[in-house]
Unconditional design. Structure first.
Lengths: 118, 111
């Protein structure tokens, strides 16, 4: 399977704990996006990378959130001092700049990490 | 006001019937338009891109009206397997191609 993968698929944590999620994009996709989805809503953009550079962060991404993509391949999203309001599905997507690989518009999503903060 | 708005539904559709629904977008600079399908507790999956001239993919037809800033999706001969949430999505190259999603329209196809 050469799709986007995310780990873990589910995470239950207590309020105040730190959590880290990992995303492995489709091989050779240079763009990687993080979105968050709460129940009954569409996904909302959090941040994106082009290769290893983080080019934009949403206002939704408070100081407790940090994302990295150190080698331009996999990415991690860390949430520090989790709050109950952080409970959501965290989705990762990747795309390629090259038209023959779908182009930047076509984003392929991973299965998501479902976070529950107790 | 949300940038992309959709009727949340649900649209209850008899099997074999046709269903159509719209979404509206507020940013006139939006360049690309998509419909994604999302099954319960799964990730969104691209259903189809939406082109200015309208386009069809099997039983699915998408239309774009730039003047009125709305996008539509029509499903013909509905199957039970079409039951899902349909997400209307727009993006702009100037915004890094990040996707802006509507809240989704839930469709339930019943026998």
């Amino acid at each position: 399977d050469t799709g986007v993968s995310q780990d873990p698929r589910h995470k239950i944590t207590k309020r105040g704990q730190n959590v880290t999620f990992r995303c492995d994009p489709i091989s050779e996709h240079n763009r990687l996006y993080w979105y968050r989805q709460t129940l009954g809503q569409g996904p909302e953009f959090l941040t994106y990378f082009q290769n290893e550079a983080q080019l934009e962060k949403s206002r939704l991404l408070s100081d407790r959130f940090s994302a990295e993509r150190p080698k331009g391949s996999f990415s991690t999203l860390e949430i520090q001092r989790t709050e109950q309001g952080d409970s959501a599905m965290y989705l990762c997507a990747s795309s390629s700049n090259f038209p023959e690989r779908g182009g930047p518009n076509k984003q392929f999503f991973g299965p998501g990490t479902r976070l529950t903060v107790l | 006001r949300k940038e992309v708005e959709q009727d949340p539904g649900p649209f209850n559709v008899p099997e074999g019937a046709t269903v159509a629904f719209n979404c509206t977008y507020s940013n006139s600079a939006s360049q690309s338009f998509f419909w994604y399908r999302q099954d319960c507790r799964k990730e969104p999956k691209l259903l189809m891109s939406v082109y200015s001239s309208g386009n069809e993919d099997g039983r699915f037809t998408a239309q774009l009206n730039r003047a009125s800033q709305y996008i539509s999706l029509l499903i013909r001969d509905s199957k039970l397997s079409d039951s899902a949430t349909y997400l209307c999505v727009v993006n702009r190259a100037a915004a890094g191609n990040k996707l802006t999603f509507g809240g989704g329209t839930r469709v339930l196809v019943k026998p």
